[in-house]
Design a protein around this ligand. Structure first.
Ligand code: DON
Length: 586
C-alpha cells in the first residue's frame, strides 16, 4: 500500500528551488519525488541541500558517519539557523555495523542536551503573581538559554568514531560562510513571519535589511563571523566555545540582555559535559527499535506506542485508514499520559524507564484500547508501585524548528541525529555568527501541580525533557534496517512512530512513509494534517468517539532504509516534502 491515509503526491511546490539545487549537485536523485533516492555505498539525508552536500563530500572523502554528521551540523547552523546550530543541543545514535555476517550491530547513544545554569531556580519561568509566563515573554533574550551541548557531543563522538581529522570537517561550512549561500524559501518565509527584533539587534542586522525586511530568497548571505568561529573550533576543538573569548561573549550576551537577562556563567560553560551511554531498545515485530534514553522522552514514548501497538494487527487495517489512525492514536494517547507523568532528567528524578516498557505493563495498557471505540479518558498508568503518584503531570509545549539527519557511511556504520535550538531562531541572541538556543523553555514552567512536584520542573544543572527521537531499527539479523527522526516538538514522537508503522506494518517505501499525511494524538483531539486527504477520515473518526481538528503538521522526517541483499546493500533515502531536505548518496 503506497497511498496510505488517502494521500496522493507531493504538496509543497515552493520547495522546487531546493530540488533544483540538489539536482545541480549532481548525485543521486534528490528525494523530492514520490520515489526514494537509491544508493549503494553511502547516503546522507538532511534538511537542507547544502548540508546534505557537505555530508556527501565528507563521506566521499572516506569519512565516517560521525565525520559527516559534524560537517552537516556545521552547515545547518549557517543555512538553517531557525532549526539547529552549534549554540544548541542534540541527541545522536551511532551504529557500528557488524564486521562479520551473523554478528549484531552495536549502538552507542550520545547526548549533548543543554543544561540549566547553576543559578537556575524552579520558579524562574513564573511571573510576579506566581503564574507561568507566556512563551513569548520567556523564550527570547537571555533567560531561556541553556548551556549549548552539540559541539561537546560531536567532539566526544569524533574521538571515538572519527576517521578524518577534526579540522577537515569544518571546511565545507567555512567555505559556505565566507562565499555566502542563497537564502532558501523556507528561511525567508520564517524570517518574514518572525521579525522579533526587540531582544537581539545582531539578529536583525544579520538577516534583515535596513528597513527591517528579511533578505529575500536567493540573496547571497555571507557570515564571516561564523567562519571565524568555525576556524577557532577547527583549531582548538570545542574548547573554543566553552572557554576563552567566545565563551565570554556568550555569557555577556545572555546576562546583559536588556530585555530578559539570563543566568548563564563561564563556570556553567566550562563544566559542561556531553554523555555517551546505552541506547534504549525494545522489540517490535521481530525487529529491535532503539532510541535515546531520558532526558529525551523520544525513545521511551515512541517505544511505548509501538509496544502497545504490538498487541494489534495493524497491517490488517491497511485498507481501512480510520482503523489504523484509531489504533495508533489510542496507543499515543496512553503513552503521552505516561510521558507527562513520569519523564524528566534521570539525574534529578526517578524515571521508571524499564517499568514503562515492561511487556506486561504494555499489555495492560493495550488492553485499555477498544478497537471500535475511543477511550473517554486517558490517564497515566502505574508501571510500578514505587512510581505511583510521585510526580504531577506536566503539559507539553509545541514548536516549529529543529532538524534531523540520517547518515550511512561506506562501511555501513550510521548516525541518526536530531538537533535543535528549540523554537524558531532559538533565543534570537547571536554570538560568533550563530544563534543561542532557548531550550530551557522545554522545562515545565510550573514547578508543582496538585501539591506534587512536576518531574520536568527547572532545577540547577538539570536538562529539560526533550522529545527528540533519533531512532534506529535493526532487522531480525541485528543489522541496520531504518535510521529515522524528525523535528516537531512533542509531535516528533507521533511523526516517528507513524512513519515506523507505515514502513513496518503497512509496507510503504521510505518516501511514501514520510510523505503520508500525518495525524497526531497526545492529550487533546486528534490533529489531522490540514490540506491533505487524511481530513476526509474526520467523520469516521468522530463516529468512533474521537474529537478531531485540522492542523498544519510540519514534520521534517529524514530517513534511510537499508536493504541487505546477496549482492550487497541498497540504501533508500526519504526526505520530508514539508521542508527543504534532500537525500544524496552514491
Ligand atoms: O527537545 C525537544 O523536544 C524540543 N526542543 C524540540 C523542538 C522542536 O522540535 C521544534 N520543532 N519543530
Amino acid at each position: 500500500m503506497t497511498d496510505g491515509y488517502g494521500f496522493r503526491g507531493g504538496r509543497l511546490p515552493a520547495l522546487i528551488a531546493a530540488a533544483a539545487l540538489a539536482a545541480l549537485l549532481g548525485h543521486v536523485a534528490p528525494a523530492r519525488s514520490d520515489e526514494p533516492a537509491v544508493a549503494q555505498r553511502f547516503m546522507v539525508v538532511a534538511a537542507n541541500p547544502h548540508a546534505a552536500r557537505a555530508g556527501y563530500e565528507i563521506l566521499e572523502a572516506g569519512g565516517s558517519a560521525v565525520d559527516a554528521a559534524i560537517a552537516v551540523q556545521a552547515v545547518l547552523s549557517l543555512v538553517e539557523p531557525q532549526s539547529s546550530g552549534i549554540g544548541g543541543g542534540a541527541f545522536m545514535l551511532y551504529l557500528d555495523a557488524p564486521d562479520e555476517p551473523g554478528e549484531t550491530a552495536e549502538i552507542v547513544a550520545y547526548e549533548g542536551r543543554e543544561t540549566a545554569p547553576a543559578a537556575a531556580t524552579p520558579d524562574m519561568f513564573l511571573d510576579e503573581n506566581g503564574n507561568p509566563m507566556g512563551f513569548a515573554e520567556s523564550a527570547f533574550g537571555g533567560l531561556a538559554v541553556g548551556v549549548p551541548g552539540v559541539m561537546r557531543m560531536l567532539e566526544l563522538a569524533h574521538r571515538e568514531h572519527g576517521r578524518l581529522p577534526w579540522a577537515a570537517l569544518f571546511a565545507p561550512a567555512i567555505r559556505l560562510a565566507e562565499e555566502g549561500f542563497e537564502i532558501s524559501p523556507r528561511l525567508y518565509f520564517l524570517l518574514d513571519q518572525f521579525k522579533r527584533f526587540e531582544t537581539a539587534p545582531e539578529f536583525r542586522a544579520h538577516y534583515y535589511d535596513e528597513n527591517g525586511e528579511p533578505h529575500p530568497t536567493g540573496y547571497r548571505l555571507v557570515n564571516p563571523e561564523y567562519a571565524a568561529t568555525l576556524r577557532a573550533i577547527a583549531e582548538q576543538g570545542a574548547d573554543a566555545m566553552y572557554i576563552g573569548s567566545l565563551a565570554e561573549a556568550i555569557v555577556r550576551a545572555v546576562r546583559d540582555n536588556p530585555l530578559r537577562a539570563g543566568r548563564l556563567t563561564l563556570e556553567d560553560l566550562e563544566r559542561y559535559e556531553a554523555h555517551r551511554g546505552e541506547p534504549l531498545c525494545t522489540p517490535y515485530r521481530e525487529r529491535r527499535v532503539c532510541g535515546p534514553r531520558p532526558p529525551s522522552s523520544g525513545g521511551v514514548t515512541v517505544q511505548q506506542i509501538l509496544g502497545i501497538l504490538a498487541h494489534f494487527d495493524v497491517a490488517a487495517t491497511a485498507d481501512d485508514p480510520p482503523k489504523t489512525i484509531h489504533l495508533v492514536a489510542e496507543a499515543a494517547r496512553l503513552a503521552f499520559a505516561d510521558r507527562a507523568q513520569y519523564l524528566g532528567d534521570p539525574d534529578f528524578v526517578d524515571v521508571p524507564v524499564e517499568a514503562l516498557l515492561d511487556p506486561k505493563y504494555l499489555e495492560r495498557r493495550a488492553s485499555l484500547i477498544d478497537p471500535e471505540r475511543a477511550m473517554r479518558r486517558v490517564e497515566a498508568g502505574i508501571p510500578s508501585p514505587a512510581a505511583a503518584r510521585r510526580y504531577a503531570p506536566s503539559l507539553p509545549q509545541t514548536m516549529v524548528s529543529t532538524s534531523h539527519f540520517s547518515i550511512v557511511d561506506a562501511q555501513g556504520d550510521a548516525v541518526t541525529m536530531t538537533t535543535s535550538v528549540q523554537s524558531t531562531f532559538g533565543s534570537t541572541l547571536m554570538v560568533g555568527g550563530f544563534l543561542l538556543n532557548n531550550q530551557l523553555t522545554d522545562f515545565s514552567y510550573e514547578p508543582e501541580r496538585f501539591g506534587r512536584p512536576v518531574a520536568n520542573r527547572v532545577e540547577p544543572g538539570k536538562r529539560p525533557l526533550s522529545s527528540m527521537a533519533p531512532t534506529f531499527v535493526l532487522d531480525r539479523e541485528g543489522r541496520l534496517e531504518i535510521a529515522i527522526g524528525s523535528p516537531g516538538g512533542t509531535r516528533i514522537i507521533n511523526y516517528v512512530s507513524q512513519a515506523l508503522v507505515n514502513i513496518v506494518d503497512l509496507g510503504m517505501n521510505v518516501q511514501d512513509a514520510i510523505s503520508a499525511p500525518h495525524f497526531v494524538a497526545q492529550h487533546g483531539p486528534i490533529e489531522l494534517e490540514q490540506g491533505t486527504p487524511v481530513v476526509e477520515h474526520a467523520a469516521a473518526l468522530e463516529a468512533l468517539g474521537h474529537r478531531v481538528v485540522p492542523r498544519t503538521l510540519n514534520s521534517g522526517l529524514h530517513a534511510i532504509v537499508v536493504e541487505h541483499g546477496e549482492a550487497g546493500r541498497k540504501l533508500y533515502g526519504g526526505a520530508d516534502p514539508r521542508r527543504e531536505g534532500v537525500a544524496l548518496g552514491d
